[in-house]
Design a protein around this ligand. Structure first.
Ligand SMILES: [Zn+2]
Length: 273
């Protein structure tokens, strides 16, 4: 046995042992695992969309049709009490009370929670980034057809991200502790600084089971920065099966992708990148 294959064998044995001890996970991100992304749609009947859906996320954002808009969409967030949770497959911050809304086509979507994926799930013209933050919003109106709207913010390694740095202590205290929570006090979603003068928009799905479709996706073109240490901490905190918690790219099929540009009254096109 070469030392390389010996190493692989030892690693596989350790993984097998971990599988035995930690089999309460509902799904994982390990390629070829019985609970990996290729199998999500078979694990539960209510997760069938992960396999049969035709509008799944994430996708590569390229060949978008450009749309010019005259006013930015309203994003009106409010500071509110929040809780940090280690969900095993990611770290999330959810707001316990009303934390503000965004409006898409005059429809209100309220911010529920944010969470991080490393590396990014969406790619832009084939380029994958180091991290992606998802801001998950839901319509309070139960009769609305597309009730979920998610804003995706991309990050590449560089300076630290101020929003994520607020949770350094809390995340450090939750390393490997699936299901545990920390009360954060008042957290202002505006501190994410998710504004962008242009963004992609398409109809997709949740990127984790049950992969529900009808999700209105907004992915900012403005790429923010995050430090190597911050990414390291997120990866350390989640469980071994979610160190790389990005779902593989899904087929675009015949979906439209739009690139929205904000045009100011002076006719100047502002491009962020
Ligand atoms: Zn997500």
């Amino acid at each position: 046995m070469t030392s390389q294959s010996k190493c692989a064998y030892i690693l596989a044995s350790i993984l097998a042992l971990l599988f035995l001890f930690e089999d309460d996970r509902e799904f994982d991100y390990i390629k070829g695992s019985p609970k990996g992304p290729e199998k999500w749609g078979e694990l539960k009947p209510e997760w069938a969309a992960c396999k049969n859906g035709t509008m799944q996320s994430p996708i590569d954002l390229s060949n978008a049709r450009v749309k010019i808009i005259s006013q930015p969409e309203i994003r009106n967030y409010k500071p509110s009490n929040a809780t940090l949770k280690n969900r095993g497959y990611d770290i999330s911050v959810s707001w316990n009370d009303y934390a503000g809304s965004i409006f898409i086509n005059d429809m209100e979507y309220r911010l529920q929670q944010v969470h991080w994926h490393t590396p990014s799930e969406h790619t832009i013209n084939g380029k994958r980034y180091d991290m992606e933050l998802h801001m998950v919003h839901q319509s309070p109106d139960l009769t609305v057809q597309n009730r979920i709207a998610v804003i995706g913010v991309l990050y590449q390694i560089g300076r630290r991200d101020e929003f994520l740095s607020k949770f350094k202590k809390s995340i450090s205290s939750l390393i490997g502790k699936k299901g545990e929570e920390r009360e954060l006090g008042i957290i202002d979603p505006n501190d994410i600084q998710a504004e962008s003068q242009s963004y992609y928009r398409y109809m997709g799905s949740l990127t984790t089971p049950p992969c529900t479709e009808g999700v209105i996706w907004t992915v900012n073109t403005k790429v923010k920065s995050v430090s190597r240490d911050q990414i390291k901490l997120l990866k350390k905190a989640v469980l071994y099966y979610a160190k790389e918690n990005a779902r593989p790219l899904q087929p675009r099929n015949d979906r439209d992708i739009y690139l929205y540009y904000l045009r100011y009254i002076n006719e100047l096109l502002i491009i962020d990148q």
